[in-house]
Design a protein around this ligand. Structure first.
Ligand SMILES: *Cc1c(COP(=O)(O)O)cnc(C)c1O
Length: 433
C-alpha cells in the first residue's frame, strides 16, 4: 500500500479556494482543520462511493453530513429532478409538487399536522424559535450542551459559569443580550432541568433538543429522560421543540419522535427532507402552526422556499423511504457494521466503542457509554486524526472530525462495507499499535 494517496489536485484547488472564501471553504468543518492534509475536492458520487479531483475513490460515510440516506446520485431522484428542472426552477408561486411532498409527510407522520418548507435546517430552527415565542408570548429558550441547532444567533451559546446562569455566545457577532435569553443545561440531568424550569419556566418559550444528539458525538439519551423532559415542559407551559434535522426520516420515517413515541410541540427538519437539495421545514399541530403568517401573527417567508426542483428531489427521495422494510434493512446493516468493529475492539482491549442508532454510528474513544458532552474524552481526537488519515489511505471517508457521526446509506452494499471493516481493523491497529 502506498503511504500517502495523491491529493495534489485537491491541494491546488484548496490553495485557489483560499483566495475566494474565508479559510477556503463555504462551511467551516469542511476545512479539515482537525485532521491532516488538504480537504478533498469531490467531483462526483455514485451510490456509496465518491471520487475526488485526483481520481481517488472512497466509500463515503459522511453522506453530505446526513442528507444522502439513499447514497449519491440516486437514479429516481436524479431523473425526477431533471424532468422538473426542464420546466423551470422557481416561480415564486405555490406548486403541485409542494403539495405532494407536504401530503407525503403529513400522511406518514403522526406528529405533523401542518408543515412549512424553508431552505435549510438553520432556517427551520430559527423559525421554530420565533413560532414558540409567538405562541407563548415568552422569550427565554433552554438548550443543551452538546446539541447543535445550526448557526442561529441565540443558539450559538454555551453555559455561563455557575449553575443555571444564562449563556455566553460561542461566536463573535452575537450581542450579549441575545445569548442571555438562552439557558444551557447538561443533557441527561433531570435535576438541572427541573430546577431550571422551576426557576425560569414562566419566562421560557421553549426547550429545544436534538432528541438523538448527533452533532457532538452520538449522545443517545434514555427514553425515560426524554419523557421526563416532555412532562416537565407540559407542566410549565413551555413548548418542546425536537430538532430532528439529523434524526428526522433517519431513525425511521417518524424520526426520533416516532422512535420514542414522544410528541413534541414543534419539529424541525432538514438534511434528508430535501433529497440532497437545500430544504428545511418545521411542523406541528394545526393549532400551533396557525400562528404562522398569513394565518397568524408570526412572520416567516422565503423567496425560494418550496421551489419545485427542491420539492422534486425531496419527493422522489422520501417516496423510497416508505418502501417496505426500508428502515429495517438499513438499520440492521448499520447495527451489524457497528457491532463488528465494537467486537473486534473489545477482543483487542482497545479503548473504543461504537454506539449506533438507526443508520448513524460514532467512534467513541472510551469504553463507557456517554450521554453528556462533558464526558467526551478530548484526547480521543488525536487518535481520530490518525484513524482518519489511515482510512483515507485505504479508500474510506469519514467526516473530518472525531466529534462527527458516520452515516450509512441504503446504497452501502456488502462489498463496500466489508472493505470498510477491513480498513477499519487495519487502521485501528495503527492507532492503538
Ligand atoms: C445540520 C443541522 C442543523 C443545521 O442545518 P443546516 O441545513 O446546516 O442549516 C440544525 N440542527 C441539527 C440537529 C443539525 O444536524
Amino acid at each position: 500500500m502506498q503511504n500517502t494517496i495523491n491529493r495534489e489536485n485537491s491541494a491546488q484547488l484548496f490553495e485557489e479556494a483560499k483566495q475566494y472564501f474565508p479559510g477556503g471553504v463555504n462551511s467551516p468543518v469542511r476545512a479539515f482543520k482537525s485532521v491532516s492534509g488538504p480537504p478533498l475536492f469531490i467531483k462526483e458520487g455514485n451510490g456509496c462511493i465518491f471520487i475526488d479531483e485526483d481520481d481517488n475513490s472512497y466509500v463515503d460515510f459522511c453522506c453530505s453530513w446526513g442528507p444522502l440516506i439513499l447514497g449519491h446520485n440516486n437514479a429516481r431522484v436524479r431523473e425526477f429532478v431533471i424532468d422538473t428542472v426542464k420546466k423551470g426552477t422557481s416561480f415564486g408561486t405555490p406548486t403541485k409538487l409542494g403539495n405532494q411532498l407536504g401530503k407525503l409527510i403529513l400522511d406518514n407522520h403522526r406528529y405533523v399536522e401542518k408543515i412549512r418548507f424553508v431552505s435549510s435546517g438553520t432556517e427551520a430552527v430559527m423559525s421554530a424559535l420565533r413560532l414558540a415565542r409567538g405562541v407563548t408570548g415568552k422569550n427565554k429558550v433552554i438548550k443543551f450542551e452538546g446539541c447543535y441547532h445550526g448557526h442561529v444567533d441565540s443558539l450559538l451559546v454555551k453555559a455561563g459559569s455557575g449553575l443555571a446562569t444564562f449563556g455566553v455566545s460561542t461566536s463573535a457577532g452575537i450581542p450579549a443580550p441575545f445569548a442571555q435569553e438562552t439557558l444551557v443545561l447538561p443533557l441527561d440531568d433531570k435535576e438541572a432541568l427541573s430546577k431550571a424550569l422551576e426557576q425560569h419556566g414562566k419566562d421560557t418559550a421553549c426547550v429545544i433538543i436534538e432528541p438523538i444528539p448527533a452533532n457532538n458525538g452520538l449522545l443517545i439519551q434514555d427514553k425515560e429522560y426524554l419523557q421526563f423532559l416532555r412532562d416537565e415542559c407540559t407542566k410549565h407551559d413551555v413548548l418542546l421543540i425536537f430538532d430532528e434535522v439529523i434524526s428526522g426520516f433517519r431513525i425511521g420515517f417518524e424520526g426520533a419522535a416516532g422512535y420514542y413515541n414522544i410528541q413534541p410541540d414543534i419539529i424541525t427538519f432538514g438534511k434528508i427532507i430535501g433529497g440532497g437539495m437545500p430544504v428545511g421545514a418545521y411542523g406541528g399541530s394545526k393549532e400551533i402552526m396557525s400562528h404562522i403568517a398569513p394565518d397568524g401573527p408570526v412572520y416567516q417567508a422565503g423567496t425560494l422556499s418550496a421551489n419545485p426542483v427542491a420539492m422534486a428531489a425531496g419527493y422522489a427521495a422520501m417516496q423510497q423511504l416508505l418502501l417496505p422494510n426500508f428502515y429495517e434493512n438499513l438499520n440492521n446493516t448499520t447495527q451489524l457494521f457497528a457491532k463488528v468493529i465494537q467486537d473486534y475492539a473489545e477482543k483487542q482491549e482497545w479503548e473504543i466503542t461504537v454506539p449506533s442508532i438507526g443508520s448513524i454510528f460514532w467512534l467513541n474513544f472510551s469504553k463507557e457509554r456517554i450521554t453528556r458532552a462533558d464526558q467526551i474524552d478530548s484526547t480521543g481526537m488525536e487518535k481520530f486524526k490518525v484513524l482518519h488519515h489511515e482510512l483515507l489511505q485505504r479508500g474510506i471517508y469519514l467526516g473530518p472530525s472525531g466529534y462527527e457521526v458516520g452515516f450509512i446509506s441504503a446504497a452501502h452494499d456488502n462489498n463496500s462495507l466489508a472493505k470498510a471493516l477491513q480498513a477499519m481493523q487495519e487502521s485501528l491497529e495503527i492507532v492503538f499499535g
